[in-house]
Write a new protein. Structure first.
Lengths: 273, 305
């Protein structure tokens, strides 16, 4: 009997491999036919601890990766798990980054946003898109995925660090302005990272008249459109359904974008400027 | 076009489909979006006097037949309702709003009812029946006619708006509880809250799926229980009832109204049909009325003997 259509019970999958990216970021490899596309996320259940929305970093139909940053008590417990330990997976959920072979893409990643951007690059390379991959971080120890990106054919990698310990000294958004200036063929910009950074990326694209899509991160309880925790002001639409990948044209009109986010109780918190 | 408008406790609703408490009810924007998608009214997520943390994830999951949740009534407290949710919702208010309130003791229920007046909701719904929250004695207020009537009395005393009580199906005789609340001045009811609690285990992990171990059951599987409860409550009191529980389609809604519901609450429907499901359900009701020559939806309320 197939009762799968509306089934959101977690699939239980063992961790096949753990790759250390840096002190606070690990990539978890799973052998499971998830069927995710670039931009989509899963709800990752750390049994007995908590469950969090995590963007997919790679999926070839047989194996998928989740790259996770140790940011709170839930992810701290995840970092204690070992190869062979089981976790729960629900999804994939949400919208995708859309591109085809005619597109020339600039992918702008902030910090661990490099992981979902890598998934885009990996698929876009197969389609023959032109790709500039930009990664920014506070310092070189926080840069991730640079080796993996360099392993992709014909992808131009650009790096910026706040302290200049690797690549350009300054913000990755400054590099983006240069890249767009040098290559008028670039017709789409995808970005994933901290909201204030994505706001700058979006504004640069708006000014240049380039299509920009970004991935929004919100607190979620379900991930599939019921709890309402990820509803954005003032449209009330859900990031788990209308997003996480949304156009900058839509996002820029949201009064909360780049300004505040909500916690598990629905309380507003303003971003530190 | 048929007349789908309904009057409930003196408040006019454009159609009988209302958002149930706990779903898509965290912010004013979200509530307004539900109205935009076709709901005739909305209910807030339950509001506490102070900020209240919920349970860890997983807090919910669904199947083809039922849904389970144990969110734990997370809420930022009445201060947020007063400072943000209600002022924003009431600005260009698109449809009536029902304030759901919850507390762990009588004193807090009294204070909360007093505070919630200032929010200017159309109706106050008193959540005494969440199966995941207990009173100080370890059970829900809705499971004892003494407790239920005491809560009704204190909220009625402090409230300037119509007060409806959200009842639990998890009692031997729901009519008895409803009558006890009606005696203390309840203006109506919402029936039912979730069934159970239930429990589901992941057999690979050998762990309950919900972090709270148990959770309230909703969705298509509980509809017969909800229909029976609405029937019982309406027969016992004659007061207006929001019939809630397992309503997914227009036909489900008609069924609920035939046993006595004046309004019909939907929550888990959103899991199966998204927010736009409200508009679809209302359209299905309209089509049914058209086909069956029902001119006024109020004419079918409580026609089942």
């Amino acid at each position: 009997m197939d009762l799968k259509k509306y089934d959101t019970r977690p699939a239980v999958v063992p961790i096949k491999k753990i790759v250390r990216e840096n002190d606070i970021v690990n990539t978890y490899v799973f052998e499971y036919p998830l069927g995710a596309e670039p931009g989509q996320f899963v709800m990752l259940w750390i049994p007995g601890v908590d469950e969090k929305p995590i963007s997919v970093a790679y999926d070839d139909g047989k194996v998928f990766w989740l790259t996770v940053c140790k940011v709170g008590p839930g992810t701290q417990e995840l970092f204690k798990l070992k190869k062979g330990d089981k976790v729960g997976i629900r999804g994939p959920f949400g919208t995708k980054y859309k591109f085809d072979r005619r597109d020339n893409l600039a992918l702008v990643a902030g910090g661990y946003g490099a992981a979902p951007m890598y998934f885009v690059a990996n698929e876009a390379v197969k389609k023959g898109c032109g790709i500039d991959f930009l990664i920014g971080a506070r310092n070189k120890d926080l840069l991730i995925y640079t080796q993996k990106v360099m392993g992709l054919n014909d992808v131009r990698l650009h790096i910026a660090t706040d302290d200049g310990s690797a690549g350009f000294e300054g913000y990755i958004t400054q590099v983006l302005e240069d890249v767009l200036g040098e290559d008028p063929e670039i017709n789409k910009v995808f970005t994933c990272g901290p909201e204030p950074m994505m706001k700058v990326v979006g504004d640069i694209c708006a000014k240049a008249g380039i299509d920009c899509w970004l991935s929004i991160e919100k607190y979620m309880k379900c991930g599939f459109g019921v709890c309402g925790q990820c509803a954005v002001d003032d449209t009330g639409e859900l990031v788990c359904k209308k997003g996480p990948v949304m156009s900058y044209d839509y996002v820029r009109k949201l009064p909360e974008f780049g300004k505040y986010y909500r916690d598990a109780q629905g309380q507003k918190h303003y971003f530190k400027s | 076009m048929e007349n789908l408008s309904v009057e409930f406790c003196g408040v006019k609703f454009q159609n009988p489909a209302v958002l149930a408490s706990g779903i898509l009810g965290v912010t004013a924007s979200s509530l307004k979006n539900v109205v935009k998608n076709g709901a005739g009214g909305v209910t807030t997520k339950s509001i506490w006097l102070e900020e209240h943390g919920g349970h860890k994830n997983p807090t919910m999951f669904g199947t083809d037949h039922y849904f389970m949740n144990a969110v734990g009534l997370s809420d930022a407290g009445v201060k947020k309702a007063l400072g943000e949710t209600f002022p924003e919702y009431n600005k260009n208010k698109p449809a009536p709003i029902i304030a759901s309130i919850v507390a762990g003791n009588l004193e807090d229920f009294g204070k909360l009812a007093d505070e919630i007046n200032k929010c200017e909701p159309d109706i106050i719904e008193v959540n005494i029946s969440c199966p995941n929250i207990e009173n100080e004695c370890g059970k829900s207020f809705a499971c004892s006619k003494t407790d239920a009537s005491k809560v009704t009395e204190v909220v009625k005393k402090n409230s300037k708006k119509p007060v409806i009580i959200k009842l639990s199906p998890n009692v031997p005789d729901i009519s008895e509880i409803a009558k006890a609340c009606a005696d203390k001045g309840a203006d109506g009811f919402c029936a039912i809250n979730t069934v159970g609690p239930g429990m589901a285990v992941d057999i690979d992990l050998k762990l309950p799926i919900l972090s709270n171990k148990v959770g309230g059951v909703s969705g298509p599987g509980i509809k017969p229980v909800a229909v029976r409860c609405v029937y019982d409550v309406y027969k016992a009191t004659g007061l207006p009832v929001i019939g809630t529980g397992g309503v997914i389609t227009g036909k489900d809604m008609i069924e609920m109204m035939m046993v006595g519901a004046r309004l019909v609450g939907m929550g888990t429907m959103v899991y199966y049909r998204e927010a736009k499901g409200f508009g679809k359900v209302v359209k299905e009701v309209e089509d049914w009325c058209d086909k069956n020559r029902v001119k006024k939806i109020e004419d079918i309320i409580g026609i089942i003997d």
